[in-house]
Design a protein around this ligand. Structure first.
Ligand code: COA
Length: 259
């Protein structure tokens, strides 16, 4: 069904694997379109409680946007490349109501780190290397990197990473708060699945509302505290809230309908 990605579903978790290992999983146009479709499908699938995104092979999560595709672009085409990419993939993923965990299994460079940063949080294997090398190519990060990196690691660290075009290793990424956990490559997917399974026991409706409220803090002209109040209130009208509070009072585990 897809040429550049693999999808698998197991116990409420959909795993999307970018699968162009010979090109270190670089994001060409077709891969971005396929990822859009796969994320959209998983987000609409009631059986999918959490999405994990990772790269195939042992070397790379994603080594960036496919440089060979845009080397000859004009100013207009460059602008469109960034706008379309953000609409189809990066902003799209960040704003999904289904939680997305990035399992960073190697190089996450340029668009690869931007994809990992669009996910709701990140875990990494100890061989992972992360960076935004765009200025070494005469361009800047165009898939949200100049915005999301400072949000995650602070302005000074982001400026240094962007200006030097250098890479940080997994432990430094952990130290910066860019990733939440670092484990061996063998332990990476099991860890992501363990976190996903813990998430999937909670109310998916409440989780979707929490994602929206947290993201509101980073949107221009939106008051995140107001969004929180609205989303909090909305939860009281859901079946999940009735089940969650009833189960607590009846001293049993909640079995959320996800509505
Ligand atoms: N776009 C297109 N192709 C890419 C790519 C990218 N972002 N990153 C890697 N590839 C391709 C290489 O061209 C090579 O293809 P080939 O075998 O047909 O020549 C293949 O993937 C393997 O990469 P290679 O460079 O040989 O591996 P390496 O181990 O020597 O180096 C990297 C690994 C990640 C350091 C190096 O590939 C690199 O610097 N990639 C570009 C990173 C980048 O600048 N990304 C930001 C883009 S905006």
């Amino acid at each position: 069904m897809y040429n550049n990605i693999l999808t698998a579903h197991n116990s409420g978790i959909t795993t999307i694997t970018i699968n162009r290992p010979s090109k270190l999983n670089a994001l060409n146009k077709e891969t971005i379109q396929e990822l859009h479709k796969a994320f959209d499908t998983a987000n609409k699938d009631a059986a999918t409680k959490v999405i994990i995104v990772t790269g195939s092979g042992e070397k790379a999560f994603v080594a960036g946007a496919d440089i060979s595709e845009f080397a000859n672009f004009s100013v207009d085409q460059g602008g469109q490349l960034a706008a379309k990419g953000q609409e189809l993939l990066f902003d799209f993923v960040a704003n999904l109501s289904t939680p997305v965990i990035a399992a960073v299994n190697g190089f996450a460079l340029g668009g690869g780190l931007e994809l990992a940063m669009s996910a709701h949080f990140r875990v990494a294997s100890d061989n992972a290397k992360m960076g935004l090398p765009e200025v070494s190519l005469g361009v800047i990060p165009g898939y949200g990197g100049t915005q999301r990196l400072p949000q995650l690691v602070g302005k000074g660290r982001a400026m240094e990473m962007i200006m030097t075009a250098g890479m940080i290793d997994a432990n430094q990424a952990l130290n910066y708060g860019l990733v939440n956990h670092v484990v061996t490559l063998e332990e990476l997917l099991p860890l992501a699945e363990k976190l996903a399974s813990k998430i999937s026991r909670n109310s998916s409706v409440a989780i979707g509302a929490a994602i929206q409220a947290v993201n509101a803090a980073y949107e221009d002209g939106v008051n995140g505290f107001k969004t929180e109040i609205t989303e909090f209130g909305n939860c009281f009208g859901t079946e999940d809230f009735k089940e969650g509070t009833t189960a607590f009072l009846e001293k049993r585990k909640a079995n959320f309908p996800g509505k």
